[in-house]
Design a protein around this ligand. Structure first.
Ligand code: SAH
Length: 249
């Protein structure tokens, strides 16, 4: 897949990163035999939906400005400064684990409400020797109100956890001012962007970019929404467990 990484993300994994991706795949297959982690087990599908998709959402953060659009430059995905990421509702570790593998100079905190998923991720971290990964069991609604977590992250990632406004309510409180939330979506429409604006504004954010792209193997349409935190999130957000879902902003 080295060519496709390079052509689509202008990035090529090192040998060590390739080994870690392979170990991750094998470890997830093994974990799947004990309890259901992911329905995606075919190798190419795993590569596209779990590895490639995870990194597609953050690649724009990682490129040096001079590299933009320059196909000849192999940019290593190393942000100029170390960033702190949080992956909310990470499940089997997506998008957080591929990000931690690709961006070794940053820290990635994986959050999930299911204890056994976090237990699995702790084993994965050890097997893959990912010293930049932290884990946290909890609901996003509670984590976002913890003083040691709130307003402490540069980037919040969230994929397949809820509607976009729910994701925004989970993510924005956790960001420092100036931080970025990346919401991974499949289909997305302009009407949805309009509808989301009000929720994002209430949370101290703006919709900075809606990025539409096609996946490289199956040609599926996907979107990433980039929300910038431009003001403090009011203290009442995130609301108590379940409320964001029941009464979306
Ligand atoms: N992000 C992963 C998993 C998506 S499935 C991926 O894209 O593959 C959704 C996951 O979010 C589940 O593991 C579930 O336990 C977790 N989750 C759902 N609501 C949550 C909440 N309020 N706080 C924390 N985790 C949550």
């Amino acid at each position: 897949m080295a060519n496709i990484w390079q052509q689509t993300l202008h990035w090529t994994p090192t040998v060590q990163q390739q080994v870690q991706f392979q170990q991750l795949y094998e470890f997830i297959l093994e974990g799947n035999s004990q309890f259901n982690l992911t329905r995606i087990t075919d190798p190419e599908e795993f590569w596209e939906k779990h590895l490639w998709d995870s990194l597609r959402g953050i690649v724009s953060l990682l490129r040096d400005e001079g590299d933009e659009g320059d196909e000849d430059v192999i940019s290593t995905p190393t942000p100029p400064t170390s960033l702190s990421f949080i992956d909310i509702g990470t499940g089997a570790g997506f998008p957080g684990l591929p990000v931690a593998i690709a961006v070794a100079n940053s820290t990635v905190t994986l959050v999930d409400s299911t204890r056994k998923k976090i237990a699995f991720l702790e084993k994965t971290r050890t097997v893959l020797n990912l010293t930049n990964v932290k884990t946290l069991t909890g609901r996003a609604e509670e984590v976002g109100q913890q003083p040691q977590q709130r307003q402490t992250y540069d980037v919040a990632l969230i994929r397949a956890v809820g509607t976009a406004s729910v994701c925004a309510e989970y993510a924005l409180p956790l960001l420092k001012q100036g931080g970025l939330a990346v919401i991974y979506r499949g289909n997305w429409t302009q009407e949805e962007t309009k509808a989301l604006e009000n929720a994002v504004n209430q949370l101290g954010g703006i919709i900075e970019l809606v990025d539409k792209f096609t996946t490289p193997l199956s040609g599926s349409i996907r979107h990433c929404l980039y929300l910038r935190k431009v003001a403090m999130t009011p203290v009442q957000f995130p609301r108590p467990v379940g409320v964001p879902n029941q009464k979306p902003l």
